[in-house]
Ligand binder design. Structure first.
Ligand SMILES: [Zn+2]
Length: 153
């Protein structure tokens, strides 16, 4: 059995008090954080923000550039909660720490090229661009051997 790196590998941990499993993604501490800066809320947010990691054409957190997308855009999360190559090893330390490796895919779904768009302002439904994008993404994940899907909307 392969040993599981509990400090760097996505895994599930069993909580013997509740009898439930909890997803743990310790490698997520490597995500960039720009610090919380509070600003006075503008009446109308900009439709494009040149410093946003998800706006069309902008540089992502990991350095790649987004395409100049016009509807929805889906890409693999640069700092995913789950990793596809995580071993399926188990750990059991005297029943106090029970964990299982958990593989998966995390995708980011930009539901609009407009930085100021909210879901409440969009057409939603199964035949909308957003609905079709979510359906295609979930269907694509369903063709993999993974059972876990994380989506950052
Ligand atoms: Zn944006």
């Amino acid at each position: 059995m392969t040993s599981l790196d509990l400090k760097g590998t996505p895994h599930r941990r069993f909580n013997p008090l509740t009898g439930t499993w909890v997803l743990v993604s310790p490698h997520r501490t490597q995500r960039p954080w720009q610090g919380q800066l509070e600003q006075v809320q503008r009446e109308t947010p900009p439709s494009y923000d040149p410093s946003c990691y998800m706006c069309p054409g902008n540089k992502c957190a990991a350095g790649a550039h987004n395409p100049d997308y016009r509807t929805t855009f889906v890409f693999d999360n640069d700092y995913p909660a789950l990793l596809p190559d995580t071993p399926t090893a188990d750990t059991n330390l005297d029943g106090l720490l029970v964990a299982k490796g958990e593989a998966g895919i995390c995708r980011v779904l930009c539901f609009s090229p407009r930085h100021d768009m909210t879901i409440s302002g969009m057409e939603v439904g199964i035949s909308s661009p957003l609905g079709r994008c979510v359906g295609a993404t979930v269907a694509g994940i369903g063709r993999t051997s993974f059972h876990q899907l994380c989506a950052d909307l």
